[in-house]
Write a protein that binds this ligand. Sequence first.
Ligand code: ATP
Length: 232
Amino acid sequence: MRGLTAGYGPVRALDGVDVTAERGHITAVLGANGAGKTTLLRTISGLVRPTAGSVHVDGTDLTAAAAEKIARAGVAHVPEGRGVITELTVEENLRLGALLGSARKRTERTAEDVYTMFPALAERRRRDAHTLSGGERQMLVIGRALVSGPDVLLLDEPSLGLAPRIVSQIFGMLRDLVRETELAILLVEQNARSALSIADVGVVLGLGRVVATAPAAELAADDALRHAYLGF
Ligand code: ATP
């Protein structure tokens, strides 16, 4: 993303944001409520139109593209809120991901791969998704994104409201995933401490602008920045 600027009517939520999410890396996007994190993901995936700047994936300009085209180009967006389709089974939810998938399928995963990653889902594969816990729903929406074969995975607040043990499990899986693949993960989190523990790079947003971009360990060690922007 270069110079990305977007907003809602008079509200400028992003103001000239530069972020690079490299393959094989987790890039954490951090910042307080209202900093623009969700808007950044929504702008990348074509749900919010930027007023300036650009979004490129592997050199392809997707700035003005329709959301569907962006998804087919390999960008999978997992919004906040764990939107599983509760009337469908776990298996059916995963099959939907494959249906909506990227055209290229470079990092394709099958439902079986997702079950290996998240054994809790394997045990529940024939159950309706409404029977799942919050943590299992989060695993399912991440799994559904993975079976679409993305090159870029956008995750909005996956840890929200989950017990620390479940967050560790999900974050550990994300770490394994980027180690094994060429996926680029952009992880939006208010839980900055946990996010930085698994991220390679951190980007701190404040009121729609990039305040800092640095290796995750460096950000975690910066007391002034942590206190001012990261809440720990
Ligand atoms: P949160 O963690 O609370 O979601 P965030 O960092 O993701 O915060 P955004 O949700 O991107 O921040 O919000 C950035 C700014 O845009 C805020 O000032 C917010 O009030 C405003 N905003 C977000 N969505 C809308 C909308 N649909 N209409 C108008 N303003 C909005």
